[in-house]
Design a protein around this ligand. Structure first.
Ligand code: GAR
Length: 195
């Protein structure tokens, strides 16, 4: 049985840096009948992020927080998280690494989606490394964020076959489609475990 906080909905904050397909997919899932998810806040470190157009269109409270000084940016975000009564943070293509200080002060579960079969290929350029190593499978992983990069507990992971003629682009496309499918499911799995 899932027990929900205050308003019967789980308030999500989505952090983005770019295109925002994972954000859109979480949004669409949150709008399904009987959904208990509510995207309360979108944060971007990049004012040109494509995903911001969607959040504005959907009239979601949206803030651009520049990471010129990391400590200042994170303090701003901590205030926003508090004032918006956020229950869970989802990093969706957010390309900044949050500090240990932020993780401690925030005291919420933070999810991240990564385009590889973690623990393989942490960090950037995952598809390029998969192709270089001639791996037969790649995929995507939703995991909890901890102080080590891409190393927190795995919540959900899905495999995708790598074909001989796959390129970085084709692999990225295939994996992104899978990411968009599993992120909302991983959120629900997490929500059920904490509320
Ligand atoms: C996704 O492929 C996500 O896995 C990746 O950025 C892309 C964002 O796409 N994240 C990372 O590499 C984090 N280390 P989106 O903006 O369309 O959701």
């Amino acid at each position: 049985m899932v027990k929900f906080p205050g308003n019967n909905k789980i308030n999500l904050a989505i952090f983005i840096s770019g295109r925002g397909t994972n954000f859109k997919s979480i949004f669409n899932f949150s709008k399904k009948k009987k959904s208990i998810l509510n995207i309360k806040l979108v944060i971007s470190d990049n004012k040109y992020a494509k995903g911001l157009e969607f959040s504005k269109k959907k009239k979601i409270s949206t803030k651009v927080v520049k990471f010129v000084k990391k400590r200042d940016a994170e303090n701003k975000i901590l205030k926003l998280i508090k004032s918006n009564k956020i229950d869970l943070i989802c990093l969706a293509g957010f390309m900044k690494i949050l500090s240990e200080n932020f993780l401690e002060k925030c005291n919420l579960k933070i999810l991240n989606i990564h385009p590889s079969l973690l623990p393989k290929y942490k960090g950037l350029n995952t598809h390029m490394r998969v192709l270089k190593n001639k791996d037969k499978f790649s995929g995507c992983t939703v995991h909890l964020v901890n102080k080590n990069l891409d190393a927190g507990k795995i919540i959900l992971q899905k495999k995708v076959r790598v074909n001989k003629n796959d390129t970085i682009k084709s692999l990225e496309k295939k994996i992104l489609r899978m990411e968009n499918k599993i992120y909302p499911l991983a959120i629900m799995k997490t929500v059920k475990s904490i509320f």
